[in-house]
Design a protein around this ligand. Structure first.
Ligand SMILES: Cc1cc2nc3c(=O)[nH]c(=O)nc-3n(C[C@H](O)[C@H](O)[C@H](O)COP(=O)(O)OP(=O)(O)OC[C@H]3O[C@@H](n4cnc5c(N)ncnc54)[C@H](O)[C@@H]3O)c2cc1C
Length: 470
């Protein structure tokens, strides 16, 4: 097996099939660190990977830490689920662990100059068809938080915010949760800013597509090989590749003949559609200070919660749809798993008509006939990694020493951006609290997904069939 190739940061993309950010010369020795001197290779520069790099470089300023991603961190378009116009940053969780973690992350969003410019404290407005509101409020009380969080009867809630939600669908709604402490963040902007800070602090950023993991004779992970044949090595390889994680593990399992590497039932790659409308100036004035809107459903209603995000500074209002779909395809001869489409950009901008219709229906849940004339300008399919419980996986991989997993945002991972890396670092160092070790383990008992309304609910090709009901 050839060793890692020496390379310089200022050579061209053609020479290595990859672009490298930075101008410093490095040799194979920089990357192939001896085991006594830990080095970290992080596959994927979404929120899990970047947060990990950020916490590691701050704790170990002289460590060798490399982020590798198929897209440049400042590319015009990226496939990362974390790269987006805006994402909800809320601490309105009925699960106490994520409630506490989200409060911790939100505190950083509000106070740390690195994150603060990207956060907008607009509040959230959440129509609840279950006891969700009361469960969230109880969690906040138990955690000793005096956030401005209340549950209101529908008649009272719909008068708020100048009545902008008066035409929303309130069918079956028990009460409306209002939390003025929550809001949203400019996701792509914050991801770029934190990645840039990581590079300034000494993290290396390599733009290349990882084709497989590399192993030594004893099956320990030693790094990766890129599509163009470049080898990068480290004592710790951390997969933070989002929706692509199961495919990468499948390829690596086949190459190394170690079937234990496969994700199997643990991780499911799935997509969801987002769409945006361009508001006119007077509409922007009306909606610019609106809260994030959520329509919350129960498992019996068979829908995930559906959101309407406040307009960006360019006056674009965003929704996501109700269909969370798998894309089962042959990733190796005879091996079928759900995986994003096999193009560099996951075909994320090629959104078929039925999925655009899913966004129209999401929009109609909020603004009534007025919104029918709004100009829908952008649609994107965004891919994420899901677990049946929506828990992350932040864990050593049990089938290979030196290999770790940190991903599975399950459609709610962005808001934890400031703190994810703190917990990944604790995991790497065996210091994670036992409750989190169990919750985020690679190997754990996983209930089926029947109680999880956010779990993928269809197969993409079935939704595109002319007779499909959306
Ligand atoms: C439409 C949508 C809306 C969402 N809204 C919210 C929200 O409002 N609030 C919230 O908290 N969360 C939200 N989420 C969830 C959140 O965005 C994700 O859970 C989170 O961003 C996942 O982060 P990640 O780092 O695991 O993956 P990603 O952000 O997808 O990053 C993975 C990275 O790995 C790279 N990669 C993959 N394979 C390879 C390879 N072979 N070689 C090199 N690089 C590779 C990719 O290029 C990518 O940059 C939403 C998700 C979606 C899809």
């Amino acid at each position: 097996m050839p060793g890692p190739i020496p390379f310089t940061y200022n050579r061209t993309e053609l020479e290595y099939g990859c672009a490298v950010t930075n101008t410093k010369e490095i040799s194979s020795g920089d990357i192939m660190a001896p085991a006594s001197n830990p080095s970290y290779l992080i596959i994927g520069a979404g929120v899990f990977g970047v947060s990990t790099a950020y916490h590691l470089i701050r704790k170990y300023p002289n460590a060798s830490i490399t982020l590798i991603d198929r897209d440049a961190y400042d590319a015009e378009s990226r496939v990362a689920a974390s790269w987006d116009w805006n994402k909800v940053v809320r601490a309105d969780y009925d699960d106490k662990v994520y409630c506490k973690l989200a409060l911790e992350a939100q505190d950083t969003f509000k106070s740390d100059p690195l994150w603060q410019p990207h956060f907008h404290q607009t509040g959230v407005y959440w129509t609840c068809r279950s006891d969700y509101a009361q469960n969230v409020i109880n969690n906040h009380k138990e955690l000793g938080r005096n956030d401005d969080i209340i549950a209101l009867p529908v008649a009272e809630a719909r008068k708020l915010y100048g009545g902008i939600f008066d035409n929303a669908d309130y069918t079956g709604v028990k009460e409306v949760l209002i939390n003025r402490a929550s809001g949203w963040a400019a996701a792509g902007d914050s991801l770029r800013a934190v990645t840039k800070r990581c590079i300034e602090l000494g993290v290396k950023y390599v733009t290349a597509e990882v084709a497989s993991l590399e192993f030594d004779g004893r099956g320990s992970c030693t790094g990766v090989k890129t599509k163009s044949g470049q080898a990068l090595s480290a004592t710790h390889t951390i997969i933070a590749a989002g929706a692509f994680t199961p495919t990468l593990l499948e390829w690596s399992a086949a190459k190394s003949r170690n079937p234990g590497l496969r994700a199997g039932e643990r991780i499911l790659a799935a997509g969801i559609t987002t769409g945006m409308a361009q508001l006119r100036k007077e509409q922007y004035e009306k909606y610019k200070d609106m809260p994030v809107g959520f329509q919350g459903y129960t498992p019996d209603e068979g829908k995930p919660f559906i959101g309407s995000l406040p307009p960006t500074k360019d006056g674009e209002m965003k929704w996501w749809g109700s269909k969370i779909f798998t894309n089962t395809r042959e990733v190796l001869p005879g091996q079928f798993i759900s995986s994003p489409p096999p193009t560099h950009d996951y075909n994320q901008w090629k959104v078929p008509g039925p999925l655009k219709q899913d966004i129209v229906e999401a929009r109609n849940l909020w603004y009534g006939p007025e919104s029918a004339t709004w100009e829908m300008t952008k649609h994107r399919i965004c891919w994420d990694a899901f677990t049946t419980t929506s828990d992350f996986i932040i864990s050593p991989h049990s089938a290979s020493k030196g290999l770790f997993i940190a991903t599975c945002g399950s459609f709610h991972g962005y808001k934890f951006f400031p703190v994810l890396g703190k917990y990944v670092t604790q995991m790497l160092e065996g210091e994670l609290e036992p409750e989190l070790v169990e919750k985020w383990a690679w190997d754990r008992q996983r209930p089926d997904s029947s109680a999880n309304v956010e779990y993928p609910n269809s197969e993409m090709k079935h939704l595109l069939h002319p007779t499909a009901k959306l």
